[in-house]
Design a protein around this ligand. Structure first.
Ligand code: 2P0
Length: 325
C-alpha cells in the first residue's frame, strides 16, 4: 500500500495550448514533446484503508489545488482497483515548480504511476495516460520515452483512451536540451487559466487551431527523417504562434523577460553561424535550447553568458515515468 515513482518533465516542440472544454480537460490540439532526463519529480504514495481523505504535500508544503486534481486521478485508480483508501502523497521536484518547466506534467505522471503501484494495479503507460490527462493535459507525454506524440482525435472522450506514443526512442536520435533558467519565481497565471483566457479572448486562437495539425504532421515527418533543420523551423514556429495567441489574450499573457528575448536572439545567431540549435519557450520566462549532442558544450557556454541567465541545466532525452523498486 505504498509506492514511489519518478517522472521527468517534458518540453513540447509542437505546443498544446487550449482545451476543448475545461471540465473534461481534453486538449484542443495534439502535441509533440521531448521527455527530459536530468530533471525529475519523485512521488511517494501511502494508502490508508481507514481514511477517505487525500492529502498532497508538494516540496514540503500542503497544496490544496494540486490535492483536488490529484483526487480526480486517484478516484479513477481506486475504482479500477476496487479499493477504497485515503492517500497521503509526498512529491518533490529537483527543479523550480510552476515556472514553465512542466512540473505539472512530471507531477501527474509520477502520481498515477505511484498510485497504480500502491493499489496493486499492473498498468503500463497506455493504461495510465487517460488518468494522467485528467490531472494535466501534458502529463501523458511524461509517461513515455524520448520523442513523444500526443494525438488529438475527434473521438477522444473524457475518460476514454489517450493516443500517446514514443515515436523515437532516446538513443534512436539523441538530442540535447539546455534548460536556461532566467527566473525561478512561480508564474502568476497558470497554464490552465491562461489557455482558457486565450480560447475565449485571443483573436488568433481560431487561426492557431486551424493551422496546428499541419505543423504537427510536418514535425512528425522531420523526426522520422531526422531532419534537424526542418524540426528547428517547425518548433520555433509553433512556439511563436502559441506565444502570439497568449500575448493577444485579454488580459495579455506575456511570459518573456528581457533575458528570454536575449537567449532567443543568441540561438538565432548561433544557428545562422551553422550551429544546430533551436529554442522553445513554455508558459514562463525560461528558454529551452534543443541541439545536437556534439554542440551541447558550446551552446551551454554561449547561453550561460547571456545577461540575466541564472543557470543552464543540461538535459538529454529520458525514459517515461517508472516505479522505484
Ligand atoms: C505544452 N504547455 O505543450 C504547453 C506549452 C505550456 C505551454 O502543456 O491545464 O500544465 O493542466 O492541462 O498540462 C502546460 O499545460 O495544463 C502545457 P493543464 P498543463 O507543453
Amino acid at each position: 500500500m505504498q509506492a514511489t515513482a519518478i517522472a521527468h518533465p517534458n518540453v513540447a516542440l509542437i505546443k498544446y495550448w487550449g482545451k476543448r472544454d475545461r471540465d473534461t480537460n481534453l486538449p484542443a490540439v495534439g502535441s509533440l514533446s521531448l521527455t527530459l532526463s536530468g530533471l525529475e519529480t519523485r512521488t511517494t504514495i501511502w494508502l490508508d484503508k481507514d481514511s477517505t481523505e487525500d492529502q498532497l504535500v508538494l516540496n514540503g508544503q500542503p497544496d490544496s489545488s494540486a490535492t483536488a486534481r490529484a483526487r480526480l486521478c486517484l478516484d479513477l485508480l481506486r475504482e479500477r482497483a476496487g479499493i477504497e483508501a485515503g492517500a497521503s502523497v509526498e512529491s518533490t521536484n529537483n527543479f523550480p515548480t510552476a515556472a514553465g518547466l512542466a512540473s505539472s506534467a512530471s507531477g501527474f505522471a509520477a502520481l498515477v504511476k505511484a498510485g497504480a503501484a500502491a493499489l496493486g494495479i499492473d498498468a503500463d503507460a497506455d493504461a495510465l495516460a487517460g488518468v494522467a490527462r485528467i490531472g494535466s493535459g501534458s502529463a501523458p507525454r511524461s509517461l513515455y520515452d524520448g520523442i513523444v506524440v500526443l494525438e488529438n482525435r475527434e473521438s477522444d472522450t473524457a475518460t476514454g483512451s489517450v493516443h500517446c506514443a514514443t515515436i523515437s526512442a532516446p538513443d534512436n536520435w539523441p538530442l540535447a536540451v539546455m534548460v536556461v533558467i532566467t527566473s525561478s519565481a512561480a508564474k502568476e497565471i497558470g497554464s490552465t487559466e491562461g489557455m482558457e483566457l486565450s480560447r475565449k479572448t485571443s483573436p488568433y486562437y481560431q487561426a492557431w487551431l486551424d493551422t496546428h495539425q499541419a505543423d504537427l504532421d510536418a514535425a512528425l515527418g522531420a523526426v522520422r527523417e531526422q531532419d534537424f533543420d526542418a524540426l528547428a523551423e517547425l518548433s520555433e514556429r509553433s512556439c511563436l504562434k502559441m506565444h502570439a495567441v497568449a500575448m493577444t489574450s485579454q488580459t495579455p499573457l506575456f511570459y518573456w523577460s528581457a533575458a528570454t528575448v536575449a537567449c532567443m536572439q543568441r540561438v538565432w545567431e548561433l544557428r545562422r553561424s551553422g550551429v544546430p540549435v533551436f529554442f522553445t519557450i513554455d508558459a514562463g520566462p525560461q528558454v529551452k535550447a534543443v541541439c545536437l549532442p556534439e554542440v551541447a558544450t558550446q551552446v551551454k557556454a554561449e547561453l550561460a553568458r547571456v545577461q540575466g541567465v541564472q543557470d543552464v541545466i543540461e538535459c538529454g532525452l529520458g525514459q517515461g515515468a517508472w516505479v522505484e523498486s
